[in-house]
Design a protein around this ligand. Structure first.
Ligand code: SF4
Length: 329
């Protein structure tokens, strides 16, 4: 049995079944999370549903697991006043169905909890999370006009065990109307394209473009210049500068502390931190001797050398045009 292939096909099937049972036919409505994303991506993914790779399928499972963990913990802690996958339908002509992870019920109160599985807890909630939450709370408020509605996002990093809780949200009518208008524009473009009319839905480049299946055909990335990414790149460069500045401060402090440990001749404990002198040795190959040995055997070093490649982000601020080799890469 090819275990990787079995996992892949099994998870693909599971994902399709899970979507159908929890969300129904997604081509017939917009969900709350769609409205905060790039309109072009939302429309093209509906028209041509992408085939997810194994990494994405694992990510989906991680999301379901995070929700199950919260449900199990809440139940064990004695909270039985919540419903899962609650559907709230927004009013108007655009079909908008919000599927809410958790709604906690109390007399005259409904509290929305959106669970996000992440690989690192962000300092603050992403704007797409907030749009989703405002959409969910707005639709729920329409459905339960005599209830107070509240909302929160719980981000869970299953790898590190960290959580981020972003609480205190209330429905906002202006934001809700703006999101519904945005949904109408996305839905109208989608309907045009379903009928075969040419349309260029609006694009919103962001860091999430790296996960978009429609990047190679995206007009924003057809040209070399993508000015809309400026904020992301500026933020990265500023963090790199801060990192360099911090390293400059860190290294001398480490050298001084090592000198103290050296002088003391033993490890020292400072509150909960132990400072020790560590010595690591590295194996290295004596290439001169090896070359001579191989030559005696009638071989050369080159016969045993293999090249491997890896990719990384090269950030270059000294050039104004993209070198030819990088365009082709
Ligand atoms: S690459 Fe980015 S801007 Fe283009 S469609 Fe995808 S998400 Fe939108």
């Amino acid at each position: 049995m090819d275990i990787k292939k079995t996992l892949f096909t099994g998870l693909q099937k599971f994902a399709r079944q899970h979507t159908l049972t929890t969300l129904g036919d997604r081509s017939s409505y917009l969900g709350a999370s769609d409205i905060g994303y790039c309109p072009r991506k939302v429309i093209l993914d509906r028209l041509h549903p992408p085939e997810h790779d194994l990494a994405t399928l694992f990510r989906f499972q991680r999301g379901h697991m995070a929700e199950d963990i919260v449900a199990n913990a809440m139940t064990a802690a004695g909270y039985d006043n919540f419903d899962r996958q609650v559907e709230a339908i927004a009013s108007g002509n655009t079909p908008i169905r919000c599927h809410i992870d958790f709604v906690f019920n109390a007399p005259k109160l409904k509290a929305v909890l959106e669970v996000k599985s992440v690989s690192a807890i962000p300092d603050g909630p992403y704007s797409s999370w907030e749009s989703q939450l405002y959409m969910q709370m707005g639709a729920l408020a329409e459905q339960y006009p005599d209830h107070k509605i509240k909302g929160a996002v719980l981000a869970i990093d299953l790898g590190s065990g960290d959580i981020g809780f972003f609480n205190g949200y209330k429905p906002d009518e202006i934001l809700y109307k703006g999101l519904k208008d945005r949904a109408t524009s996305i839905w109208t473009d989608y309907q045009f394209m379903v009928l075969g009319h040419p349309k260029n839905p609006s694009t919103e480049p962001s860091l999430l473009c790296g996960y978009c299946n429609n990047l190679t055909t995206c007009p924003r990335f057809a040209a070399e210049e993508v000015p809309e990414m400026e904020d992301c790149v500026t933020e990265l460069r500023s963090m790199q500068e801060q990192g360099k500045a911090l390293n400059k401060q860190i290294e001398p402090i480490k050298a001084k502390l090592l000198s103290i440990v050296n002088q003391a001749g033993h490890s020292i404990k400072v509150n909960n931190t132990i400072l020790s002198k560590a010595v690591r040795s590295r194996q290295h190959t004596d290439t001169a001797r090896l070359t001579a040995f191989l030559a005696d055997m009638g071989h050369t070093m080159q016969e045993f050398q293999e090249s491997s490649s890896y990719s990384f982000l090269d950030i270059n601020t000294s050039k104004t045009t993209i070198p030819k080799t990088k365009k082709a890469a």
